[in-house]
Write a protein that binds this ligand. Structure first.
Ligand code: LLP
Length: 412
């Protein structure tokens, strides 16, 4: 519990009382720390530099948290953006991201989105991370129409099984992502056909919340071996995102330094010398944003049903879906610490689905109506996955800035 700490039995964040914030802003809401976010970015970037990685480019995956205040801050610090839609392209540009630091991933880029990404800068964006031959053909045609050379990075499907939740594992041949090695080699054989494409990179991304790097190393090895076989000089290689965070506070999760060491030693060992000077691009989302956010919710009422004790809170799976969708664990802390023995509680939301639950059999001091709770490490894939389900409004977001201000952001 790095972000918030107890003082006189009250959970505070950067000297601010969360209980007082909850008097100003009705629950449920997300509370972010700009300081923590920037700190995570610097930890990640410096870990790359410390390993001796050449001009690392850290493209923050907007899907984890596209809050404008946080993005502005990351882009000012030098980060680029990993985007997956026209909406994310617009959000990145509006908040000052240099188009030459934007990589565009995703299997379903539309013609309109491709055109917008080509149009936003004389050279378009830094890279379209292309996921199929059909997509490459469309990008070539769009670039021809605009009389431009599109910068393209082909995403390899390395056929590895990442050890993570099956919904967020993306590197196997049955997954919809990336292009198989042989097909990429065929593209390079026929590269003259793609008159308006500049082949600048090769990428790989095998999944999210990775805490074991066996598959990562294998994927990077595949990436290097493919690069060697193409006999092509690349500007960069992109190793994707995926570095996991320590949700359970077990201290068993590897650090950014461990990650960089594994990735870079593999590159140094496997990559032929003519591409050793290639830049390395990273696309982290969770590592930068998760620990920088809390989800604050309040107990509406409690209910006893035989042996089950339910605390029904005002936040639901429409606000924060990770626990319902992936069975993910998130630590939950009372804003005001009570005395007494901990009992198992079912901490559930108001949505009409049994899966609408934040925790089951969660050991916590007995909860009462009006109690405030903080769901920890909720800064990544929290608000960005919220919806209007059950015709509820999406939760507000409050950023505590480095200057100690509160910046409120609301969606209609
Ligand atoms: N690059 C690509 C191409 C991606 O698909 C993703 C995540 C990332 C980078 C960033 O990965 P990260 O560093 O955040 O692991 N909603 C899920 C996570 C879905 C991840 C989707 N792609 C969750 O809440 O666990």
């Amino acid at each position: 519990m790095k972000l918030a700490k107890y003082e006189n039995n009250e959970l505070i964040i950067e000297d601010k009382s969360i209980a007082s914030l909850a008097k100003t802003y009705p629950t449920p809401f997300y509370l972010y720390s700009e300081k923590e976010l920037l700190n995570n970015y610097h930890i990640f970037y410096n870990a790359a530099v410390d390993q001796g990685i050449n001009k690392p480019l850290v493209c923050f995956a907007l899907k984890a948290n596209p809050n404008p205040t946080l993005l502005l801050s990351l882009f000012r610090a030098g980060a680029g953006a990993d985007i997956v839609s026209g909406g994310e392209l617009q959000r990145a540009l509006e908040n000052g991201c240099d188009p030459q630091k934007i990589v565009f991933s995703g299997v379903g880029k539309t013609k309109k989105e491709i055109e917008a990404a080509l149009d936003c800068h004389p050279q378009g964006i830094y890279s379209f991370n292309v996921e199929s031959i059909e997509e490459l053909e469309m990008i070539n045609a769009c670039a021809k129409e605009q009389n431009k050379l599109a910068r393209v990075c082909l995403r390899l499907n390395p056929q590895v099984k990442a050890k993570t939740h099956k919904h967020i594992s993306t590197g196997y041949k049955t997954h919809k992502f990336g292009i198989l090695k042989d097909d990429i080699l065929k593209i390079f054989k026929n590269k003259k056909k793609f008159s308006h494409i500049n082949f600048v990179g090769i990428s790989v991304h095998i999944g999210s919340q990775l805490t074991n790097f066996k598959a990562t190393k294998k994927a990077v090895k595949e990436l290097c071996s493919l690069i060697n076989e193409t006999n092509h000089k690349f500007e960069f290689l992109d190793v994707g995102g995926g570095l996991g965070v320590d949700y359970t506070k077990s201290d068993e999760v590897p650090t950014a330094n461990d990650y960089m060491k594994e990735v870079y030693s593999t590159i140094k060992k496997q990559l032929a010398s003519d591409n050793q000077d290639a830049r390395v691009v990273f696309e982290p989302g969770r590592f930068i944003a998760a620990s920088a956010g809390l989800f604050i919710t309040q107990v509406i009422r409690t209910k006893k049903s035989e042996d089950c004790f339910f605390a029904i809170v005002d936040g639901g799976m429409n606000d924060f879906v990770r626990t319902s969708l992936y069975g993910a664990y998130h630590e939950i802390n009372p804003i005001v610490k009570k005395k007494g023995k901990k009992i198992p509680a079912e901490i559930v939301g108001p949505i009409c689905e049994t899966s609408d639950s934040f925790a089951s059999h969660y050991k916590i001091q007995k909860l009462h109506t009006g109690d405030l709770l903080a769901v920890m490490d909720a800064g990544a894939y929290g608000h960005s996955m919220s919806s209007h389900y059950n015709l509820r409004t999406r939760p507000k977001e409050i950023v505590l800035t480095c200057e100690g201000e509160e910046k409120l952001f609301t969606y209609e």
